[in-house]
Write a protein that binds this ligand. Sequence first.
Ligand code: NAP
Ligand code: MG
Length: 506
Amino acid sequence: MDKLALPAYDLLPETQAFLKQGTLKMLIGGDWVEAQSGETIDVFDPATGEKIAEVAAGGAEEIDLAVQAARKAFENPSWSRMSPTERGKLMWKLADLLEENAALFQELEVLDNGMTIAAARMAMFPFCSDMIRYYAGWPTKITGQTLPTDPLRYGLEKEALTYTLREPVGVVGTITPWNYPLGMLTMKLGPALATGCTLVMKPAELTPMTAVLLGRLIQQAGFPEGVVNIVSGKGETAGAALAAHDGIDKIAFTGSTEVGKIIVKAATGNLKKVSLELGGKSPFIVFPDAILEEVIPATIRASYFLQGQNCMAATRLFAHEDIYDRFVDGVSQLVKQFVVGPGMNPDSTMGPLISSEQRNRVMDFVESGKQEGAELVVGGSKIDGPGYFIEPTLFSCPTDELRIVRNEIFGPVICVERFGNDDLDELAKRVNNTMYGLSGSVWTQNLSVAHRMARRIDAGQVGINCHAPLDVTHPFGGNKQSGWGREFGEEALDMYLKTKSITAVT
Ligand code: NAP
Ligand code: MG
């Protein structure tokens, strides 16, 4: 491996040791292995553009080996016959280990993804450990039903009984994005382990580091080998091989709508089950009686968290004409206060974008906003120097038809639009005029307006005087082209279970 230029941050000794250990390997069937091709992928710190690690580049061969290992583990009585209590205990142990390593996870995520250390502290723990703990309570509570059965159908002399079994769907492949790496892994791992599935996990090529640490802790917790396999690699190779593999029973995907559609097509070979958490362009609707002193700071969190690289981000702000100017002015004042800098700098309140490509993509949207007649209220430029920084940006948009209003930008670029005294159905038509339907929020003191509007928003999750209030117990997922299925909470279990009905004539 080349000599690495470790950034001059004040890093924990554990983080420094993690970065110095050489090529990060893949976990397949309980062994840590390099790619058979010998290929690696460089891992960059988006705040400096410098290489900080390298990871094995798994491909179709490694995916195949991992699927075989996961199948063997699925059929192995040490997992398939493990008591639900034991499974829950292992998961609880894993949650404890995650929490014990929280500071290391957080620093690795900051270095890998660019999020600020404050965001990492706020968003990663206890959320990721709670996700595993919540599902650790489920193995003992997954039950079937007994169902009415017509005894006469089987003859007068006979009795009949029908019951259902809820069985694990089998070997699950997960494919996840770079914007919230550990969170994405744990929200799929929790329900998959609770139901008794085994997994092959492909983390994002741009952010593989926390997945490697997670793999080590899974081993340390004592899960039987092969229950969880982690194959780092590129989407077009490792991801595509996983999505198409006949030995995979279900794919749990989070990422862009575009790649989601590729996954669906790849899954047709064996008609594996597919769940999808995809893009968003979520509305944030401010009625004239909203308490602006509360709404304005909430807008900043809802829109710019993770540099706007957040599927639930509030990116279409609808403000009533009576408060439009005050709202836009208040938000822009706060946007100007962002301290943009490396996530490891504790003073930074906004970090870099994930990559140079992502920055180019976002800047292309900014330019199109300027050209199409949106008013640039604040920001709008790249920040020169190392790293992939741009200014947090706010546009006031005259129509709903601009490219920046219609597309998911996945960066700190937000559009505000005006609405008048339209009735709620008219407003809802505008709000729902998007291919996405992930999240949304309504800001008002009027309870009737709040609930009527919340019901009219076509999205998987709506906040009233809050935006995207994530909780491990609340179902989360998208309508329309924002996805298939719901993660979190009890509902996620359904995606990892299959129901068998058994009728006994006695
Ligand atoms: P992406 O490009 O769709 O990638 C997601 C994952 O799919 C990555 O692991 C990627 O590998 C892999 N992949 C790419 N091409 C593939 C292929 N042909 N076959 C199989 N796998 C393939 O998304 P991203 O840019 O990483 O993440 C941003 C997107 O994720 C946004 O659209 C955002 O809204 C969405 N997202 C949704 C949610 C949600 O819960 N609804 C949450 C977060 C993010 P590589 O790493 O090699 O590219
Ligand atoms: Mg990619």
